[in-house]
Ligand binder design. Structure first.
Ligand code: C2E
Ligand code: MG
Ligand code: MG
Length: 453
């Protein structure tokens, strides 16, 4: 048997050989096996914080946490640099036992200042899910990928859709790469409306992908795929480039939009050259009278706060505004927000939907707006679909809004038509009254449009 020199556990080669025998025996005896894949997620970070030795201590701590759980006729190995495999007997108490194994391995923190192990784990059963060692291992690893993505602390059980989903994701990634090369991606535009006057104060560019055989793929799907590869950088460059080029055309036609918004993912902002990329695009097509506004979500801030703050400050220093998108969907603390150089808070659609009919939604919106006001941030309500929603948001002092009520996201030429038509349309549409007849609640003093323009 060959052993891993650091932990003293069997290594990958010997595990492969032994697990084959174990499965053969289990088949003859009519027994079932649970294969547990344990990934150590924070090993790389530990290397950069505590060096080789700290990382080694972390690996050994996990090995020590796992080893006592392996009984006679069961197996454990260090399968890769940051992953362990356990082949355990399956019985009616397996679920409970697996949970306890993972829980103790996560608690088995190395002493002193090192980090605790962060673990994601997946499990597949023999013979229920697979009968060959390689497939069983692959399935357990797929389940662990799912645990990593969902940030589950407990082991996730393999199910067959995981395989299909990963395959589809791989296909999408391949097609997306071709789509970027062949210029199949486009940008559509949605206006941001000043709720007091009905004026267009901004536009948000949203990426669209019309797949040659699948048809339109939703951004929720392809952005997630792009984020897991470096395609997200190309998407960001592409959308920023298109937005600024289209804004230049609108400007030369006398259509000036004060704020030009584009979405950036956490992966974009994390890149070393993020600000340089923005500057390069601005040099090609300066925003002119308009101001560039980069929309980011809260998740980034939670994962990497110091980096996030540094990048935002660099953006602000070159005159770019930063909006917090989908606000309220995560749990950002007021304290964290206080230190951020943001200009606008975008209230997520889930708070806006039916706000005129729910006192609870109204309280939540009011709280968010009070918070924004205190932080001197502009507010944009996302996803306004009805006149009722518009009226109540306006009464509550929300400064701007976006939504299907005003205009669905449309391609650039249609957006030009919208801009030309809007001054008239806002007078005769169903919401015309909202722009003339609703008084703002006096308890919300009418501050200027803080960060909005
Ligand atoms: P988001 O940035 O919060 O964009 C708003 C989303 O709400 C858009 O969905 C828009 O079409 C939709 N929406 C606008 N008004 C309404 C309404 O009244 N009702 C309803 N039900 N929906 C409305 P879309 O275009 O599907 O984009 C979804 C998300 O995908 C975006 O959310 C953004 O996070 C992301 N995304 C889109 N394009 C890009 C991009 O180029 N880069 C990155 N990183 N993310 C993007
Ligand atoms: Mg957005
Ligand atoms: Mg949003």
């Amino acid at each position: 048997m060959q052993f891993d020199s650091l932990t003293g556990l069997p290594n990958r080669a010997s595990f492969r050989a032994s697990v084959r025998c174990l499965l053969d025996r289990a088949l003859t005896d009519g027994r079932e096996i649970a294969l547990l894949w344990v990934d150590l997620l924070n090993l790389r970070r530990e290397y950069s914080i505590a060096g080789d030795e700290g990382a080694d201590r972390l690996v050994c701590a996990v090995a020590d946490g796992l080893r006592p759980w392996v009984g006679a006729g069961e197996l454990i190995c260090r399968f890769g640099e940051h992953c362990f495999l356990l082949a355990l007997r399956r019985d009616e108490r397996t679920a409970e036992r697996l949970n306890m194994i993972v829980e103790t391995a996560s608690q088995f923190g190395s002493s002193g200042s090192e980090g605790k192990p962060e673990i994601a784990s997946g499990v597949a059963f023999f013979p229920e899910h697979a009968t060959t060692p390689s497939e069983l291992i692959r399935f357990a690893s797929l389940a662990a990928v799912s645990a990593t993505r969902s940030r589950s602390r407990a082991p996730i059980l393999f199910h067959s859709e995981m395989d299909a989903a990963l395959q589809m994701e791989r296909d999408l990634e391949r097609d997306l790469s071709a789509a970027l090369r062949d210029n199949q991606l486009s940008l559509v535009y949605q206006p941001q409306i000043d709720l007091a006057t009905g004026t267009v104060i901004g536009v948000e560019g949203l990426t669209r992908w019309n797949h040659p055989t699948r048809g339109p793929v939703s951004p929720a799907q392809f952005i997630a795929v792009a984020e897991r590869s470096n395609l997200i950088d190309e998407i960001f460059r592409h959308s920023l480039h298109r937005l600024l080029a289209d804004a230049a055309r609108w400007r030369s036609a006398g259509l000036i939009i004060p704020s030009l918004a584009v979405n950036a993912s956490a992966a974009n902002v994390r890149r070393e050259d993020f600000v340089a990329v923005v500057m390069r695009e601005i040099e090609v097509n300066p925003p002119g009278y308009s101001q560039l506004d980069i929309e980011v979500t809260e998740s980034l801030m939670m994962d990497d706060e110091p980096l996030f703050v540094e990048r935002l400050k660099s953006l602000r220093s070159i005159g770019v505004k930063v909006s917090l998108d989908d606000f309220g969907t995560r749990y950002t603390s007021f304290n964290a927000l206080k230190g951020l150089p943001l200009s606008t808070m975008k209230i997520d659609r889930c708070f806006v939907h039916g706000v005129d009919r729910s006192s609870q939604a109204q309280s939540l919106c009011k709280t968010i707006m009070t918070m924004a006001r205190y932080l001197k941030l502009g507010t944009v309500a996302e996803g306004i679909e009805t006149v009722g929603e518009l009226q109540i948001l306006k009464q509550m002092g929300c400064q701007a809004g976006q939504g299907f009520l005003f205009q669905r996201p449309v391609p650039s030429e249609r957006f030009t038509e919208f801009l030309l038509d809007w001054p008239e349309q806002k007078q005769r549409s169903v919401f015309a009254d909202a722009f003339t007849n609703v008084d703002v609640d006096p308890s919300y003093d009418a501050d200027p449009l803080f960060g909005l323009v």
